[in-house]
Design a protein around this ligand. Structure first.
Ligand SMILES: Nc1nc2c(ncn2[C@@H]2O[C@H](COP(=O)(O)OP(=O)(O)O)[C@@H](O)[C@H]2O)c(=O)[nH]1
Ligand SMILES: [Mg+2]
Length: 214
């Protein structure tokens, strides 16, 4: 039996409703994309294991359960985040304005020592782009954030984006980040070739039901 425990990172996605947060996670973790998503119900949490510099790291994704509509996330939701990704839809200018005027403040007020990402989603619809990219780049620079144009429809840009973020996080903070509540997960629950995500998610979800999405 392998007693070694997994390091884990909490990755939280924020932004206006319908910008594609759930789709991005679904593509990255489950390699699935759906044209019409049912509005997220309940507290979704998905996980994937990646190997960085020969260490297995469990990535735990936190997705809003529709509370973003009411701008009423509890600080609990962001607490302990290692990486926060602000998402907007390139065809919807208001979805970017909300990042600058609202979501960035929520992040700054409730997190510390994070790596911040800004994702311009729905890049497959670039012909309908309504947001000035230069403006976004300036915002990203000011906030010391990693900016990327992605599309939840395509696996590759999503894979590259998360790989960049996780690797940068490790370069910045090393492997010395606090073990969070998931570090109890033993490595032998996870086979590298065929990760039993459902097992992991069941354990995590049962353990955290009480804490989730108040
Ligand atoms: N064309 C396109 N549509 C997307 C993309 N990402 C998400 N969508 C669609 O946008 C809608 C809202 O996505 P969803 O993931 O539920 O957004 P959320 O509310 O931020 O979680 C759904 O109909 C998705 O299929 C994308 O990259 N390109
Ligand atoms: Mg959603």
């Amino acid at each position: 039996m392998n007693e070694e425990h997994l390091l884990s990172l909490k990755i939280t996605l924020l932004g206006e409703s319908s910008v594609g947060k759930t789709s991005i996670i679904n593509q990255y973790v489950n390699k699935k994309y759906m044209e019409t998503n049912l509005t997220t119900i309940g507290c979704d949490k998905f996980s994937r294991v990646v190997n960085i510099q020969n260490k297995d790291i469990l990535l735990n994704f936190w997705d809003t359960a529709g509370q973003e509509r009411f701008k009423s996330l509890s600080p609990m939701f962001l607490k302990g985040s290692n990486i926060v990704i602000l998402v907007y839809d390139i065809t919807n200018e208001a979805s970017f304005n909300a990042l600058e005027n609202f979501w960035i403040n929520i992040v700054r007020d409730n997190t510390e020592n994070i790596l911040l990402g800004i994702a311009a989603n729905k890049n497959d619809l670039y012909e309908n782009e309504k947001v000035n990219e230069e403006k976004v780049r300036k915002f990203a620079e000011r906030e010391n954030a990693i900016f990327a144009c992605i599309s939840a429809k395509d696996y590759l840009p999503i894979e590259v984006f998360f790989s960049q973020l996780t690797n940068l996080y490790i370069s910045k903070y090393g492997f010395d980040f606090n073990l969070n509540e998931y570090s109890f997960l033993s490595k032998d629950l996870i086979s590298q070739d065929n990760i039993p995500l459902n097992n992991i998610n069941n354990i995590i979800n049962n353990k955290n039901k009480k804490n989730c999405c108040k």
